[in-house]
Every structure is written in structure tokens, then in C-alpha cells.
Design a protein around this ligand. Sequence first.
Ligand SMILES: C[S@@+](CC[C@H](N)C(=O)[O-])C[C@H]1O[C@@H](n2cnc3c(N)ncnc32)[C@H](O)[C@@H]1O
Length: 195
Amino acid sequence: MRMQKSVEIFPLAYCLGQHGCTTYLEVGARDGETFLAIGSTMTRAVAIDLGGKTAPKLLQRSRALKALGVDSHVIIGNSRQAGVIDQARALGPFDAVFIDGDHSLHGVAADWNSYLPMATQLVAFHDILGGAAQRVGVGRLWEQITREHRTVEFCQRDDRRPMGIGVVLLVAAAGCRREPDGGRMPPLPNPKPAN
Ligand SMILES: C[S@@+](CC[C@H](N)C(=O)[O-])C[C@H]1O[C@@H](n2cnc3c(N)ncnc32)[C@H](O)[C@@H]1O
């Protein structure tokens, strides 16, 4: 199953590039689809997940990243466990942290508190628009975070399955600005004319 909307995840990837991110932690990586896509632009990429039946695919994608020369690691376990947090910290710090694991308020707040200290440039959240009952927690935390931090949102709002990506900008950088309705990339430079 596809977990991300291209109009949300591509602007996030652009934002990571604008901030010069080369190290990445994904909390809640499922089968590693996003981990592989974003990790392939990094020098180091670390995924945390509970595991289960998607773990073999996640491990396979981590091996694919290694084959590309990425220092890739998968940590199987609960992101709230001290041992898991310690393993991630030992592989950090990370320019970018993407939180997409436990979507309950308690779970996402715990991840924010545990992994924010490992982030140097930005922390992104998936599902800030809420939707399904278990996702409401992300929206509630996000509302609070936007009052206290510089943020940018990449959201396709006119969709019957709203998700939304919110990014907390820890350091100012050009080219990654708030859009009123998110999801639009700044114009790309004109391509060089062919000879
Ligand atoms: C929405 S999926 C992640 C999708 C993935 N980020 C992507 O874009 O391809 C949520 C994942 O979080 C994991 N998860 C949920 N609670 C977790 C926890 N407490 N610790 C670690 N992983 C967790 C689940 O196993 C599931 O694979």
C-alpha cells in the first residue's frame, strides 16, 4: 500500500535538499518505501520500526541503500523504549528526523521528545491533518508545535483521505517557505537549452 502522497513527500524531499540534509532518521518506516526514496539522497539513513510482516521488505530496502553506499541501519523495536532511543542516539545526530510511527497523542509526543534532541536541521511529521481516530494525536501535537516553532506544511487538503506533512524548521534556510495550502514546490530553474 502506498503510504505517502507525491504532492506532499516530494516537497519534503525538496526541503531536505534546501537544508543540505545528508543524515536521516525515520521513526515508523513500515516496509521502507519512503526510507528508500529519501535515504537514497543521504549519506546515513536510520529506520526504526516495530517490525512484523513488513520487516523483511524494510531490511531488503536497507540493504539496497547500503549497496548505493549509504550507511543504512534498521532498528527493530518500540521507538519509546530506552534501548531503541540509545541505539538511534549512537547513530546520530541527524539533519532530518521524520516521525511517522505511533500516531496517538501519547505516542507522537513521546517520539517528538525523544528524537528532537537528535535533530540538527528539521523534524517532520506525517498525518498532521488527522483523519482516522488514531491520527488525531498528531494534529493536536502539531497545533501546539506551530505556536512555539517555525514550521512549514506540505498538505493536499482537498482530498477525502487527508494526511499532510508538517516540518519544524530548527535552522533558517532559503527556499523552504510556508505555502498557504502547501504541497507546491517553488518553481525550478529553467533547463539549459539543448545545443
Ligand atoms: C504509517 S506507517 C509508516 C510509513 C512509512 N513512514 C512510509 O512513509 O513508508 C507506521 C509505522 O509505524 C510503526 N510503529 C507504530 N508504532 C511504533 C512504535 N511505538 N515504535 C516503532 N514503530 C512504530 C508501525 O509498525 C508502522 O510500520
